[in-house]
Each structure stands twice: as structure tokens, then as C-alpha cells.
Write a protein that binds this ligand. Structure first.
Ligand SMILES: [Zn+2]
Length: 143
């Protein structure tokens, strides 16, 4: 796979292990629970303090309660000590990059902040680019 283009002006991606994240995300698709859609998605991320967290999508017979891979990833983040996501890769079962849905963009804003990098298609974007003006913890403090 060719390297995706990166957000201009962001030089912190140099230390992001994108190949490892993509590989772990692909592995995570094999642990998805997708009996209804058969559309597996995996996600892998590196945290600001260097930990790796992963997630797989988990469907539900009610459909609306389905958990995306990013939901599972954030659960793994919190379960393993919390902190802030630095970069996230999301792939489908075929190994193709997959864009986070609207709900997951909000989750990534909360747990990665606006500068978190996301590879969801042929380019890497910041969460701020995926969710302009996102509602996060800072907004709660404004009361
Ligand atoms: Zn989602």
C-alpha cells in the first residue's frame, strides 16, 4: 500500500507506526462479531504515551446497538489505563481503509482530541478535519 498523504504542517506523524497500526487493525477484523452484515471492521491506535490499543466491530440483533470498531478501541483505551489517542487506523475486513462514522468521530474527538491523526481512506486527516467544531470536554467546562 502506498503511503497516504498527510495533513500539511503536521510533522508529528514521523513517529507513528502506520504499518503496524494497519496490520493490527486487519488482525482485529478477524475478531469482529458481524453475523448480520458480515462487514468486519478493525481499528488500531497508538496513544500519546506509546501504548497500542485495538478494537473490532460488534453487531447486535437490534442493529442500532451495534458497536463500531472505534467504540471497541476506545473501550480498550480506557480499560488499559486511559490517556489520549495519537493516531488511529481503521480498515474493513478486506483490508481497505475505512472512514469512521459520525458517532465514532465524536468518540475520537473525546479520546484523541482535535490533533489526533486518523487514516480512514487514502489520506491521513486530523480529527478536527473530520469533525469541525467538535463538542468535547472543553465545551463542558464552559457551562
Ligand atoms: Zn462508527
Amino acid at each position: 500500500m502506498t503511503e497516504p498523504s498527510l495533513p500539511s504542517g503536521n510533522d508529528a506523524q514521523v513517529s507513528i507506526p502506520w504499518d503496524e497500526l494497519r496490520s493490527l487493525a486487519r488482525d482485529a477484523t478477524t475478531r469482529s462479531y458481524v453475523p448480520y452484515s458480515n462487514f468486519a471492521v478493525g481499528a488500531a491506535a497508538v496513544t500519546v504515551d506509546g501504548r497500542i490499543v485495538t478494537g473490532s466491530n460488534i453487531e447486535n440483533a437490534s442493529y442500532g446497538l451495534t458497536l463500531c470498531a472505534e467504540c471497541s478501541l476506545v473501550s480498550d483505551l480506557v480499560r488499559t489505563g486511559g490517556g489520549l489517542l495519537r493516531a488511529v487506523a481503521v480498515v474493513s475486513g478486506s483490508g481497505e481503509p475505512c472512514m469512521p462514522c459520525g458517532r465514532c468521530r465524536q468518540l475520537l474527538f473525546e479520546h484523541g482530541g482535535p490533533d489526533c491523526l486518523v487514516e480512514g481512506d487514502d489520506q491521513i486527516r486530523t480529527v478536527a478535519e473530520l469533525l469541525p467544531g467538535g463538542f468535547g470536554p472543553d465545551r463542558m467546562a464552559q457551562g
